[in-house]
Ligand binder design. Sequence first.
Ligand SMILES: Cc1cc2nc3c(=O)[nH]c(=O)nc-3n(C[C@H](O)[C@H](O)[C@H](O)COP(=O)(O)O)c2cc1C
Length: 360
Amino acid sequence: MNSILEIHGRKLQVPIIQGGMGVGVSLERLAGAVAKEGGIGCISTADCGYREEDFYKNPEEANLRALRQEIQKAKELSDGNGLIGVNAMVATQQYDDAVRTAVDAGADVVISGAGIPMHLPELIPAGKALIAPIVSSGRCIRLICKNWWNRYKRTPDFVVIEGPEAGGHLGFKEEDVLNNRCQPLLQILSDVKQELKQVEEIIQQKIPVFVAGGIWDNKDVEEALQAGADGVQVATRFIGTEECDASDAYKQILVNASSEDVRIIHSPVGMPGRAIYTPMFERLEKLGRIRPKHCSRCIKTCNPGEVMYCITHALIEAARGNVNEGLFFTGSNIDKLDRIVTVKEVMENLKLGWKAGEHA
Ligand SMILES: Cc1cc2nc3c(=O)[nH]c(=O)nc-3n(C[C@H](O)[C@H](O)[C@H](O)COP(=O)(O)O)c2cc1C
């Protein structure tokens, strides 16, 4: 099966997206390494300036400055291969500025979830960068397509579907995740493809679909392609790489953890999140609240005076390797992460998923 995918003149050697991971888990190093192997490397815009000296004094400026630098560095590391994208969360205060800055700094792709990216086309002139929403249901892609077409005469350049096995924030109701009542990924894929059919007829163009959540190896890729996906988005497996931008302690926590250590946590973003049960999680359960120390004004709906815990602080401390205070997001496939490898090794294995179809 041919792995080359061209989306509006932008050629991908292999349709693998490294899923954006905030805070600080996917920055320039990981994104650059994935692009170098022909995929889409994604920098998470969420508080991506946390390593800047003035981050706590002026988080907005530090984030946008760092974002520009990270995109440039990722492009250098990619050796001109693949594409460099950003993952921007709708729920963040800096969403509009981060998207505009990323495109101005040369990002090829903007992928957007954690909320419905209703006004994304407004932020990016057509053709400047590929735009893609992350959805978890057929209903959601219908809503987005209808809205984008009515307001902007635009459609998604591609779509990422995130299923219930994904890491980080999940686009499902908390009780449905906890009670295993979510639609499986490949069923959502079928619904989304059905919805996109009508749009594709109108624009006379195919809209590629990438699936995410629990994709680990070439066998998963093969299954996804057979079910009609055009590509995959992978995140947790990339945490176990040398190039991942998180601290070694983050990587080791995931290497040592098993699925029994994974829990669903309520996030101040207003969505459930999947994470490892660490001391911060335990403290939160005992105390009910961990009062924020700083505020980087990250989430639109957050009230620091009342919030249960500061999601930015918890994620930054995880990226730094602070086992005591950090919140360590993960996908459900954690049992398979047992050693640190290179991005090249992961990509070589995933690429085999396309080879399988060659003799069919
Ligand atoms: C540590 C971590 C952080 C994540 N952060 C984000 C994020 O900032 N924005 C987002 O849209 N998705 C985020 N995700 C979701 C991933 O981009 C991806 O879609 C999902 O985890 C795929 O499932 P997998 O981890 O099983 O491969 C995160 C996932 C992880 C594991």
